[in-house]
Ligand binder design. Structure first.
Ligand code: PMP
Ligand code: GLN
Length: 418
């Protein structure tokens, strides 16, 4: 007789991601889905035609392991154009299966379980993670035997100092100061610290790193000889005339950082799962050793299409205005509500505080609103390892105008009825 063996989990704390849970619930209930971060509108038909053309032209077999040369060249040109920084397409640019694979491969490349680390002896590499944090970082650290060390951002969801919803027409006030307390970061560094993970613009808070944040980080990286992964998938979704400061623009950071990008966000193609990693040659050589056994190579016709599409900067240059209008449409639509918010600085997410309406746990409320009023969101507590509940919901505004207006109307009506 066969018995079921106890199977030891490598990720005992992990369940199905909240994005899958909420999107499924939204589909099952027919709710407006402002939860998982993806557009509900199509990509540019020009880009679709370029994929079809690449397929017709016979680009249907394995791509080279680091990515097709024309795409790596196009990424190098775009990077130089946007940030005035040079990467060698041959040795410093790798095309990946979305940002997720790039992040996983970079963490796997750097993090070791029992590196001999000075007076405390062998022990796991420690990785500084800012919370709230995107959900893929910590499991990847743990699968490599590393230890995440958490630093909270000052303003969860940039929600402290939230402005009332009806003040949305008021002149924009920046939340003053950095969301990062650099003294706290310095206090968490030990001789085992190996890596810091950065995400700017930040999911879910929308925080955009300042030039001073970069300088602070550079000082720490230099002093303690650390590496950095910079998740910059929202580089082109940034508002109110702000500038995205890529970590590559800080010369010292450029030499120690894996900069991760994704075409999913930039070209409304999250389902294509194509991203890339920029890193100095010595880091890229090690990164590719991992990448080649995670996925080997990435969809060929998509790469050729993107290489050609990237020749025109207009589509990504239009993104700030495109998404700022959507953010403002959504905010206007809840301006008479009892929710509170600070307008998102970047990304296609808006955090909204319901602390003045109910003290229900955010997870329960996200589920309840999906059922009761047909609007799905993400409870921000899921971005904290201790599930800290600041009474904030995250709404994705990468949606057509009608969906945003309807969601805003339902949310407003609900808030006023409480
Ligand atoms: N990083 C962040 C901050 C994200 O929000 C996402 C997903 N939207 C990713 C990485 C993953 O990107 P991709 O879909 O290209 O794997
Ligand atoms: N990044 C997307 C979000 O934050 C989700 C991506 C995913 O589902 N893994 O909503």
């Amino acid at each position: 007789m066969q018995t079921t063996q106890a199977f030891p989990s490598k990720l005992p704390q992990v369940g199905t991601t909240i994005f899958t849970v909420m999107s499924k619930l939204a589909a099952d209930t027919g709710a407006l889905n402002l939860s998982q971060g993806y557009p509900n509108f199509n990509t540019d038909p020009v880009l679709i035609e370029l994929v079809a053309k690449a397929m017709r032209d016979g680009y249907n077999q394995y791509a080279p392991m680091p990515g097709v040369p024309v795409l790596r060249e196009a990424i190098a040109q775009k990077t130089a154009r946007c940030y005035n920084v040079t990467y060698n397409p041959e040795t410093e640019i790798t095309v990946t299966t979305g940002a997720t694979e790039a992040i996983y491969a970079a963490i796997t490349t750097v993090v070791q379980p029992d590196r001999n680390a000075g007076p405390r002896g062998a022990g796991p590499d420690e990785v500084i993670v800012f919370e709230p944090a995107y959900d893929s970082y910590v499991p990847a650290i743990e699968l490599s035997g590393g230890k995440p060390v958490f630093v909270s951002l000052n303003s969860p969801g940039r929600s402290e100092g939230c402005i009332p919803a009806d003040a949305v027409d008021a002149p924009r006030v920046d939340t003053p100061g950095s969301a990062i307390d650099w003294d706290v970061v310095r206090g968490k560094i030990t001789e085992r610290t190996r890596l810091i993970i950065v995400n700017t613009p930040h999911n879910p808070t929308g925080y955009v790193w300042s030039a001073d944040d970069l300088n602070q980080l550079a000082g720490i990286v230099q002093k303690y000889n650390l590496f950095v992964i910079s998740d910059e998938v929202y580089e082109h979704i940034i508002f109110d005339e702000r500038t995205h400061h890529s970590l590559m623009q800080q010369p010292l950071l450029r030499e120690r950082t894996f900069v991760v990008g994704s075409f999913g966000k930039t070209f409304h193609t999250t389902g294509w799962k194509i991203g890339y990693c920029l890193a100095p040659a010595n880091l890229t050589a090690e990164f590719r050793k991992v990448h080649q056994f995670v996925t080997f190579s990435v969809s060929t016709p998509m790469q050729y299409a993107l290489a050609e599409y990237l020749q025109d900067p207009a589509p990504y240059e239009a993104l700030p205005a495109f998404y700022q209008r959507k953010r403002d449409l959504f905010l206007q639509s809840i301006r008479q509500s009892r929710f509170q918010f600070v307008p998102s600085e970047g990304t296609f997410f808006q955090n909204v505080s319901y602390a003045g309406i109910t003290d229900e746990p955010d997870y329960d409320l996200a589920i309840r609103l999906t059922h009761d009023i047909g609007v799905a969101s993400i409870p921000v507590s899921v971005f904290y390892h201790e599930r800290i509940d600041h009474k904030i919901l995250r709404f994705c505004f990468a949606k057509d105008d009608e969906t945003l207006l309807q969601a805003g109307e339902r949310l407003t009506r609900w808030s006023l009825s409480q």
